[in-house]
Design a protein around this ligand. Sequence first.
Ligand SMILES: NC(=O)c1ccc[n+]([C@@H]2O[C@H](COP(=O)([O-])OP(=O)(O)OC[C@H]3O[C@@H](n4cnc5c(N)ncnc54)[C@H](O)[C@@H]3O)[C@@H](O)[C@H]2O)c1
Length: 370
Amino acid sequence: MLIGVPKEVKNHEYRVGLVPGSVRELVTNGHQVMVQRGAGAKIGFEDAAYAHVGATIVETAEEIFKRADMIIKVKEPQAQECKMMRENQILFTYLHLAPDPEQAKLLQDSGCIAIAYETVTDRHGGLPLLAPMSEVAGRMAIQAGASCLEIAKGGSGILIGGVPGVAPAKVVVLGGGVVGTNSVRVAMGMGAQVVVIDKTIQRLYHLDLQFGSKITTIYSTTDAIEEHVLSADLVIGAVLVPGGHAPKLVTKAMLKKMRPGSVMVDVSIDQGGCFETSRPTTHQDPTYVVDGVVHYCVSNMPGGVPRTSTFALNNATLPFILKLANLGYKQAMHEDAHLLNGLNVFKGKVTHKAVADALSQEYIAASSVI
Ligand SMILES: NC(=O)c1ccc[n+]([C@@H]2O[C@H](COP(=O)([O-])OP(=O)(O)OC[C@H]3O[C@@H](n4cnc5c(N)ncnc54)[C@H](O)[C@@H]3O)[C@@H](O)[C@H]2O)c1
């Protein structure tokens, strides 16, 4: 199969669909890979590294979209990319189509086969191609929060791990899923006093087993959230209600009673945020202050560490990419129901129920078109 990796075009997006090591795997399996010149240059993957493992370096995205059987990307295709997609061409990337009818229409019009990373499933009911980015964001949340606690950033001037004789910061993590677990791990490693609050007892049970008595697990109620948030130095918002808006767990009234210089990192901001005072920010201007409390609400946190994120994403996507390339999309999806769940658009039809519902379009089961 001829596989194409265009350079990402979204503003400040430096991740890339394939690292050189993944290209090597594909080439070893008998496939050809085209990589657009400079696609990975910003994160240390020079064109020469791709050429060294057998990729062909091409000058333009147009050439890639014109010739490749399968396009591998990171971000959802922008309008100019959608317009280059062709009938029967496979697109494997994050799509996030539910809130994006324009992109959906362009992909439908192209007749392509669009498989979304974010709806591929695993046998534990998880989303294995979303999880790596949650891992990155969860770990980064503590790094960002610790930095915001510095006095020059508007924080209270508390060192997250304290020093001998001086107490560490209290870190409260709301939501103990993938993001939350990774935040807990890093906060604990830095020596913070960690409290994690979740509404699922099973999650708390697993966190308790994993981290033992070094953390405190608390069942989520308004009362418990208020008690712990008011005494926190750093609060991480990491809740998710699948398919819905994040619940506003920290209200404006609660915020007013927090200690000035406390820090809130709202990782859930991509689902609307779980603090009433959250609004999306960017890596260029990541924080703002409300009632003396520093808010960090960057909606694409993994984009800030694109090299790590690209490796993490590739580790998860490569087995599926190999399957698609080795077997062809039909057989690959026949054999793997989890990959089939990734199919969002097939030659004009919307083949994912939640996406079809969100777009108010007719839903055609993926299994009926493959
Ligand atoms: N900002 C970013 O760059 C970025 C990056 C990755 C993920 N995210 C977002 O982070 C959020 C968390 O993702 P995840 O992968 O950890 O999800 P997850 O499903 O693994 O975990 C979410 C947890 O929230 C808990 N929860 C739900 N409602 C709750 C409540 N009322 N009180 C306490 N806990 C509650 C659930 O029980 C679950 O354990 C999502 O919104 C995701 O989109 C953002």
